[in-house]
Ligand binder design. Structure first.
Ligand code: DOR
Length: 425
């Protein structure tokens, strides 16, 4: 394989504290060298990519994606979901277990790796479920799934309501050092809810879910992580209360990490009035107070990672109306420009801080050897044009689904190329 040089780019690699102009040399699918002073490639046979004015970062990692295969291939497949990921600048995705059947055995973990090997454009790292069939009644064989390559465990989409099961899952997490990723909504408080409980739900006559539904489970699970020493990862934080609980947990030394999704720090529940079911997800869009708290959490490190919760649903399903339509929105292709436009441009995060939350940090949480440009590491690389301005057009999405509330939004800071193991995807 010939060498590739990405020259004169703004290279960011938080693991190695690199944030400067330089040349990246890739050989045999690995990072060969970073030359910090301007140097043109002298090898005439090499591929040379001029990255003047562009940002060169480790391939982005989305630690929260629904690829829907097996079972819901009308919404997405591993092939189409990872094509959307690559289009959005991601080279690795971690996929959720709420497929049909649920990913709840070692064989099913292997099956995801096998399909991904044949069809995926990006690396795919599967989660196994915490409970069998997501039924909340019996723990899965997490030990076996972990040996088969599961990068963590989650019943995402539903909460494990039995605290004793969560205790046992976190006890095993402490022993084997994998993360337990929790969806936090007290089922009895959000039963039948289709949005946040507040002014808009009352105006529209829709059943709302109180913020307490999330906060109660976040508090419970932090206590269980404290008790067991397990690694708790709070998925898609949506409330100010949850941010504060994670902050306090970290202060006490609990092994708790957290992620937030763009829609939860950009949109409020008022959006339901404009967007209908494209603003329906679990947990729901909240209020400006929550947005401000999530952004503060991202700034002060309480919220470690940025993830999408890419949740594709077919147009016919999303057309069923607020009460019956499924929860979720797609996010892989809009995440990066939303981060640059809404977090970096206003100065909430530096570019390096934002990129760390999409590379080094999720790699560490998942324990995967990605997310860095260290010499010798796999050459997964994303090149970003921070000044490119483009309107989101859902009809151009590589996903099988088009359920985005950001259609038509003008965003600044899109990826230009994505390399996986040194090859363009
Ligand atoms: O909105 C959501 N959709 N939240 C989840 O947790 C699950 C996801 C899905 O699977 O559609």
């Amino acid at each position: 394989m010939s060498d590739t040089y990405i020259v004169n780019g703004h290279i960011i690699d938080s693991r190695n504290n690199i944030d400067e102009i330089g040349d990246l040399h890739i050989a045999d699918g690995k990072i060969a060298e970073i030359v910090r002073s301007r140097k043109s490639a002298d090898d005439q046979t090499a591929d040379v990519y001029d990255a003047t004015g562009l940002v060169v970062v480790p391939g982005l990692i989305d630690m929260h994606v629904h690829l829907r295969e097996p079972g819901y291939e009308h919404k997405e497949t591993i092939a189409t979901g990872t094509a959307a990921a690559a289009a959005g600048g991601f080279t690795s995705v971690a996929c959720m277990a709420n497929t049909s059947p649920v990913i709840d055995t070692a064989e099913k973990i292997e099956q995801i790796y096998n399909i991904a090997n044949e069809t995926a454009e990006t690396n795919v790292f599967p989660f196994g479920s915490i409970t069998k069939a997501l039924a909340g009644a019996e723990l899965t064989d997490m030990r076996g799934m972990y040996s088969a390559g599961a990068v963590g465990f989650t019943d995402d989409g539903v909460t494990v309501m039995n605290a004793a099961l969560m205790r046992d899952a976190l006890t095993l997490s402490a022993e084997l050092d994998f993360p337990i990723m929790v969806h936090c909504e007290e089922h009895n408080l959000n039963a039948d809810a289709v949005m946040n409980l507040g002014e808009t739900s009352r105006k529209l006559g829709l059943i709302g879910s109180p913020k307490a539904a999330e906060d109660i489970i976040v508090a419970r699970d932090i206590m269980l992580a404290e008790m067991t020493g397990g690694h708790l990862h709070v998925l898609h934080v949506s409330t100010a209360g949850a941010v504060e609980l994670v902050r306090q947990g970290k202060k006490r030394g609990v092994h708790v990490t957290a992620e937030a999704c763009p829609h939860h720090w950009i949109l409020t529940d008022a959006e339901v009035e404009n967007q209908g079911t494209n603003a329906k997800m679990h947990p729901p869009l909240r209020t400006q107070i929550d947005i401000d708290a999530i952004i503060e959490g991202l700034r002060d490190g309480t919220i470690d990672a940025i993830a999408t919760d890419h949740a594709p649903h077919a147009p016919s399903e999303k057309a069923e109306g607020m009460v019956d339509a499924p929860n979720g929105i797609i996010g892989l292709e809009t995440c990066l420009p939303l981060v640059l436009t809404y977090l970096v441009q206003p100065g909430y995060l530096t570019l390096a801080e934002a990129i760390a939350k999409m590379t080094d940090v999720p790699a560490n949480i998942l324990g995967i050897d990605r997310g860095t440009l260290s010499v010798g590491s796999v050459a997964d690389v994303t090149v970003i044009d921070p000044n490119s301005v483009k309107r989101v057009d859902k009809t151009e999405s590589r996903s099988k689904s088009q359920n985005t509330p950001f259609d038509g939004w003008e965003l600044k800071g899109w990826k230009t190329i994505t390399l996986r193991e040194g090859k363009k995807i």
